[in-house]
Design a protein around this ligand. Structure first.
Ligand code: NAP
Length: 217
């Protein structure tokens, strides 16, 4: 299946959800947009040249084949618990960074040092739902600033266990205005989560092009 044959949804209209919505629309990708604040989702969708249709979260889950769940880790866990079996057969895209405030103006990891939210969330999904880790390696402002960069596009890393699912999300990364670079299976997720070696707020420390990304891998 390709993105043109799939229904894509973004769930969550906060920083990363609304930034991704703008970049999908700029890249000509149509999608459903769902948030808990229905009016907020409608306002965002109204500014996106007809590429976004605001719907309820229930409707997005029902209609979409690919769900980008742009919420914090505890809310993602809650989302999986709520929709459970309805997620079977769907591609679930996970941009989460498992962090929270450290009390000193920074962030700290909220799961074990060697754990990744990608693997935790994949383990919670029902059989037949496939998770892809993507869209979490850059901050929302960096994502917005680096999309469709010329002459060399910036990279977004992703991790997937399954080739066809990964290819689908690679298409979405292209639509958002970046070159997709696969880093491996979900067991590599930790590398593209905050503090990981391929994250803007980790050892990588910046936005990179494909040539630089291949050196860093
Ligand atoms: N911000 C960044 O620069 C950035 C970069 C990369 C990755 N991320 C990751 O992206 C995720 C979201 O971060 P953010 O900065 O966008 O957070 P945010 O601005 O706080 O937005 C989170 C959004 O999730 C919504 N939400 C929570 N539970 C929901 C549910 N069950 N159904 C629908 N919407 C729900 C919230 O709605 P309400 O307003 O109703 O609470 C809010 O709009 C996090 O996991 C974060 O680690 C963020």
């Amino acid at each position: 299946m390709s993105t043109s044959e799939s229904t894509v949804a973004i769930i969550g209209t906060g920083n990363i959800g609304s930034t991704l919505a703008a970049e999908f629309a700029a890249g000509g990708q149509g999608f459903l947009l769902a948030g808990r604040d229905a009016e907020g989702a409608r306002k965002i969708a109204a500014g996106l040249d007809g590429y976004a249709q605001a719907v309820s979260v229930d409707e997005a889950v029902q209609r979409a084949d690919v769900l980008v769940v742009a919420v914090w880790l505890p809310d993602f866990e809650q989302f999986i618990a709520q929709y459970g079996g309805q997620l079977a057969g769907k591609v679930i895209v996970d941009p989460t960074n498992p962090v929270g405030p450290d009390g000193a103006g920074g962030y700290r990891k909220v799961i074990g040092e060697q754990e990744s939210s990608g693997q935790i969330l994949a383990g919670l999904l029902p059989a037949g739902a496939r998770l892809v880790k993507a869209f979490g390696t850059l901050s929302a402002p960096s994502l917005s600033a680096a999309a469709r960069r010329e002459p060399d596009r910036a990279v977004l890393f992703y991790a997937a266990d399954d080739d066809s699912t990964g290819d689908l999300v690679a298409d979405l990364i292209r639509a958002a205005g970046f070159d997709p670079v696969l880093i491996g299976g979900l067991d590599q997720s930790i590398r593209i989560e905050m503090f990981g070696d391929l994250h803007e707020y980790g050892a990588l420390g910046r936005v990179v092009t494909e040539t630089e990304a291949l050196k860093a891998l």
